[in-house]
Design a protein around this ligand. Structure first.
Ligand code: HEM
Length: 484
């Protein structure tokens, strides 16, 4: 109370009695509106309130470093229990939304052991196979490129996590995941089911549709977590488990493979691997869809990357991970894709655990703290001409990756909750970009009358933002596919 008296709240939209800023909070493209508010109020820290819940938005890299990193003991909590009520939907197992503390730490430690920088090269052979499968599918049915991208990511992650070889058509596990992820993206959209609204409304109230939806969704999400785990565990007990992260974890935990696992620890295993693939599939697909869109919209960047690839590979083989150091422009394209259209423009909100003061403003305890990844990656001071697609911004005058420019890695979030899958996914995205550009020219398609079809280049709103459906022409190049 003392602090509250000494410092004002950060600036933000009008607040009405009881309901707060409910009328002004955007439901669509919230990242853009929050970025605009920052300019309008002349502050990189904003505040709004809905039905008594405090929201603080950080719109600059400096503010996110100052709070999420330098004061991580206060700003590493998540909002699931208190605001979004995700646990009602079955997504309570998602440790990316879990309360900061020892239980979350156990998940993070287990995951980190298998996805730290030095661990991920072990997964590269599988990723390479998955990327090559995607190239074959793109040759056969290029118009279904979105499905091929989803299949690549699902195949790669499910294979790595559970050793599952998913079927290209009608795989029941894939269907289950897609349904569960659709639920997650919808309910976790900060603009749709703003938690405070949900919590205080009775179930029959039209806006409380969430509560009814949640009850129906819960068994489906639970099944998504349990079914693949149980399959691997049964195979592990029978001594036939495929090599994968789950098998490795089980082997670490059980000296004797038929010995029972401590039930609390087993829950941690189920959540750790299950959340991993949930967190990976949609984000990776969104990034690769944006890559395809960018190549169509910015042909010069595509041409320069292909020149580099042809020079290094001689146009007679596909790229390998070992080629990475010789292909800096391809790496720059990857960074620019993630910067230009970050898959999660508002990241995953954190929560403050005590009252604080920052930049002369009061931040109430229990505030939802949103790091606006979009605003940071479109900050004109750090990325001049930010809306343009310019991979060269990451390169020095010799065309090498430059250490001194911001590297857009805020796309993976902040502080102690920073995405632990980043090394793994950067591998997948890099190899996909290098392989697709080696094998195809990506062009705007033409209709039957020969007119070029322009994409809308618009995006969905939600926790993960995808380009709206668009058409594209993949034209095969050279003999690069011969050794597939
Ligand atoms: C381009 C792809 C990806 C993007 C843009 C991305 C982005 C993010 C972001 C923004 C967060 C929240 C960070 C925060 O709270 O500040 C996060 C968390 C997380 N990500 Fe990723 N991610 C990607 C891929 C992956 C992959 C492939 C995996 C797994 C293999 C993964 C696993 C996780 C997990 C488990 C968390 C929760 C971490 C925690 O709360 O401690 N992500 N990711």
């Amino acid at each position: 109370r003392q602090r509250q008296r000494s410092y004002p709240l950060p600036p933000g939209p009008r607040r009405l009695p009881l309901v707060g800023s409910i009328l002004d909070v955007p439901k669509e493209n919230a990242h853009l509106v929050l970025q605009r508010w920052s300019r309008a109020y002349g502050s990189d820290v904003l505040y709004f309130e809905i039905l008594g819940t405090h929201y603080v938005v950080l719109n600059s890299c400096k503010a996110t470093v100052d709070l999420f990193e330098r004061r991580s003991n206060v700003y590493s909590d998540k909002i699931m229990e208190a605001q979004t009520d995700l646990s009602r939907t079955g997504w309570g197992r998602n440790w990316g939304m879990m309360k900061y503390g020892n239980y979350w730490r156990e998940h993070r430690k287990m995951f980190h052991q298998h996805f730290r920088e030095r661990a991920v090269p072990a997964y590269r052979p599988r990723s390479t196979r998955a990327v090559r499968q995607m190239l074959r599918s793109l040759c056969e049915t290029p118009e279904r490129f979105k499905e091929h991208i989803s299949f690549l990511t699902a195949c790669n992650v499910l294979g790595t996590m559970y050793g599952i070889d998913v079927k290209p058509e009608g795989d029941p596990i894939l269907g289950l995941i897609e349904d569960a992820l659709r639920i997650f993206s919808a309910v976790a959209n900060p603009g749709v089911y703003l938690g405070a609204l949900v919590r205080f409304l009775p179930a029959w109230f039209p806006s409380a549709k969430f509560k009814r939806d949640a009850a129906a969704w819960s068994p489906m999400v639970e099944e998504m977590y349990l079914r693949p785990y149980r399959e691997v565990k049964a195979a592990f007990e029978a001594g036939t488990a495929p090599p994968c992260v789950t098998t490795e974890i089980l082997a670490e935990l059980c000296k004797d493979r038929t010995a029972p696992i401590d039930p609390i620890l087993e829950e941690v295993v189920i959540n750790t691997v299950g959340t991993g693939y949930g967190a990976a599939v949609d984000t990776t697909s969104a990034a690769l869809e944006s890559f395809i869109l960018a190549m169509m919209l910015f042909p010069e960047a595509q041409r320069l990357a292909q020149e580099e690839l042809d020079h290094v590979l001689g146009n007679d083989r596909l790229p390998e991970f070992d080629d990475r150091d010789s292909l800096p422009y391809v790496t720059a394209i990857m960074k620019e894709v993630l910067r230009w259209r970050p898959p999660g423009p508002l990241g995953v909100p954190h929560k403050s655990t005590r009252a604080d003061e920052y930049a002369g403003y009061y931040i109430p305890a229990g505030s939802v703290i949103i790091g606006n990844i979009w605003a940071i990656l479109h900050d004109e001071e750090r990325y001049p001409d930010a809306e343009s697609f310019k991979p060269a911004r990451f390169l020095d005058s010799n065309g090498q990756l430059c250490e001194d420019v911001p590297d857009a890695m805020e796309v993976f979030g902040f502080g102690r909750r920073l995405c632990p899958g980043r090394y793994f996914v950067l591998d997948t995205i890099w190899l996909s970009i290098a392989s697709v550009l080696t094998s195809f020219n990506i062009e705007r398609p033409v209709d039957e009358s020969g007119n070029v079809i322009e994409p809308t280049a618009e995006y969905t709103s939600g926790l993960i933002s995808h380009p709206l459906p668009f058409k594209v022409a993949f034209k095969r190049r050279g003999c690069a596919l011969l050794d597939m």
